[in-house]
Write a protein that binds this ligand. Structure first.
Ligand SMILES: Cc1cc2nc3c(=O)[nH]c(=O)nc-3n(C[C@H](O)[C@H](O)[C@H](O)COP(=O)(O)OP(=O)(O)OC[C@H]3O[C@@H](n4cnc5c(N)ncnc54)[C@H](O)[C@@H]3O)c2cc1C
Length: 562
């Protein structure tokens, strides 16, 4: 807290230098006093805020960078004719993101010696003088990412790619953290990333019993879409899809997001009608949707059996063009690298075996690597949600089931979109490697095992061959299973648990991969603010008490039927 004269305004100002020792300045806009004058970025300190926190907030709002560390540079009073200010300059040492003009101000990187050519606001003269004297001794502000680029690829090729830095650290667990996320799947890692990046939470650990991305994140069929009918789901998944569209750039990591379209096939007139209703609802929510006739489908997927004699004749379909696929491992790795760069400790081989609660408030967790204290604990453990919640004495409306998937040997590209069929319940796409990847229904018994049964594989293969008879002589290369967190209405839960400081991200059923960015984004908000964001309000646990369920299919409270 600052102690200055009551009529003096305190201001935090950032000196951001790049690798060429140029400093960042901005020009005041028509909306500002002293329009046309140049200055270093920053703004007013709010009551109760420290200088460094104010600088962090201001630079985030003004130029979209997240300050990770800054040091004091200079402070002094200055009296304008109409107001008195206290200026607190800090040298930004580490930040993430690229400076962007978020308030329509002109931004420039300027050589320190050239600052004099700009019509700078008077109080900055003293700083310019100091910068000139210190030039050469000043450390540039480091972005924590060792950015991947064409140039870094070329440079590392010269050393046979042996000198790439590690993408994330392997830290020992500390005694305590501000926030612990259990589960280093896509959701847990995305949550930690957005907590650090958007909410400035510094002291975060993600605890993973195995290796990161080794759960459902690395086992799914990678389909991404937002073709939901109910508002509570549609707006959330659409937000997620929008995040996907900028994810590779945001993470500086190619998640191979491919908007190749998701086509749901209709096999009867009544199914076409229900698709028309869903498509209209999607469009009303601003989500792209197109109803297709059989001829259009034939053209789009020429290898699909569109004959009238097939077991499930095709009456049409609903296409979401912006849907598609992404590389699942890359999503986990990209978020892990991003979170690590922001200071998050990702601790693998660290199994949570107990959750400590005192007076209905969480105080920490027990793990195979010792006890760790934290006032906030978030569960992002997918199929293990009920097990973890039980450690805190809670029972969830979630059942765990096995879901299998499989791939064929690689083929030349023949399926250019994602094809799904509700009649036989299969979803098929072709990976960038050429393998045809597909999955179907649950194995239909409760299990925590990451492997499934043979009859289900046979059934899924039959269904795929009904749609694509041309695949009948192709060899199946691998099958695997994942533990699904099936909720009772088929929709996820992102919200608070009835124990203070405990939060749940679970109940993803078949569809959590596509939700990864949106889920992490909303869960981070919920944990940081101790209340849900507007986008995940409808996804609360309380809906199972109030009856405000989100049952897209209207199939009732049976976990296996979603
Ligand atoms: C075969 C299959 C196909 C799928 N297809 C799709 C699809 O096409 N599209 C789609 O959107 N979704 C799909 N899904 C669903 C999707 O994969 C999941 O909903 C999503 O990946 C869940 O991510 P997560 O991060 O919550 O879970 P996970 O990736 O499972 O991460 C949870 C982590 O928690 C860890 N953990 C558990 N218990 C503990 C403990 N006690 N201590 C520490 N760590 C613990 C686990 O080891 C795991 O790594 C599919 C799932 C499967 C299995």
């Amino acid at each position: 807290m600052l102690n200055i004269e009551p009529d003096r305004i305190s201001v935090a100002v950032g000196l951001v230098l790049d690798s060429r020792h140029r400093v960042l300045i901005g020009c005041r806009t028509v909306r500002d006093q002293y329009f046309g004058k140049w200055e270093f970025p920053g703004g007013k300190i709010q009551i109760g805020e420290s200088v460094s926190d104010a600088l962090k907030r201001e630079l985030d709002e003004e130029i979209g960078i997240l300050v990770i560390s800054s040091t004091h540079f200079d402070s002094f009073n200055y009296d304008y004719p109409d107001r008195k200010v206290r200026l607190n300059f800090r040298l930004v040492e580490r930040y993430s993101g690229e400076p962007n003009s978020l308030e329509q101000q002109d931004l420039r990187w300027v050589e320190i010696n050239d600052l004099g050519r700009f019509d700078m606001l008077a109080p900055n003269f003293r700083i310019i003088e100091q910068l000139r004297k210190m030039k050469g001794r000043l450390r540039m502000a480091k972005s924590p990412f060792k950015r991947y680029s064409g140039f870094s690829l070329f440079r590392n090729a010269l050393s046979n790619h042996r000198k790439w830095p590690r993408a994330w650290r392997d830290p020992e667990p500390r005694k305590s953290y501000d926030v612990i996320i259990i589960g280093a799947g896509g959701h847990g890692l995305a949550t930690a990333y957005y907590l650090a990046k958007l909410h400035g939470v510094k002291n975060i650990a993600v605890l993973e019993k195995g290796w990161l991305g080794g759960g459902n994140t690395g086992r799914n069929t990678t389909i991404v879409r937002s073709n939901y009918m109910l508002d509570g789901n549609a707006n959330f998944y659409e937000h997620s899809l929008k995040l996907w569209e900028g994810l590779s750039k945001d993470l500086n990591y190619n998640v191979m997001f491919s908007q190749r379209g998701v086509l749901n096939l209709a096999h009867s007139d009544s199914e076409m009608e229900s698709f028309a209703i869903r498509g209209n609802a999607m469009r009303l929510n601003g989500i792209d949707a197109e109803l297709l006739l059989p001829d259009q489908i034939r053209q789009m997927v020429p290898h699909l059996d569109c004959s009238q004699t097939t077991r499930y004749p095709i009456f049409g379909g609903l296409l979401q063009e912006r849907g598609g696929t992404a590389r699942h491992d890359a999503v986990a790795w990209g978020y892990a690298r991003g979170a690590d760069a922001l200071g998050v400790d990702i601790i693998q081989n660290c199994e949570v075996s107990g959750i400590r609660v005192k007076n209905n408030r969480v105080v920490g967790v027990d793990t195979n690597r010792g006890s760790i204290d934290a006032p906030k604990v978030g569960l992002a453990v997918a199929g293990n949600s009920s097990r973890l919640a039980a450690m805190a004495g809670l029972k969830l409306p979630i059942e765990s089931h096995v879901l299998q998937a499989m791939v064929t040997e690689p083929l030349k590209p023949i399926i250019h979109t994602v094809v799904t069929s509700g009649a036989s319940h299969v979803y098929i796409n072709q990976t960038d490697k050429g393998e045809v990847l597909f999955g179907g229904d649950l194995d239909l018994y409760n299990s925590y095992a990451q492997r499934g049964n043979l009859p289900r594989i046979e059934y899924v293969v039959q269904s795929v061959l009904t749609l694509f008879p041309c695949l009948r002589r192709v060899r199946l290369m691998r099958t695997w299973g994942g533990v699904m967190d099936m909720s009772m209405d088929g929709s996820p839960i992102i919200g608070k648990l009835p124990i203070d400081g405990m939060y749940l991200n679970g109940g993803w059923c078949y569809g959590g991969f596509k939700a990864t960015p949106g889920s992490g984004w909303c869960f981070a908000h919920t944990i940081a603010h101790d209340e849900p964001h507007e986008l995940n309000k409808a996804l609360s646990l309380e809906r199972f008490e109030t009856g405000a369920l989100l049952d897209e299919k209207g199939s009732g409270a049976f976990a296996f039927s979603h």
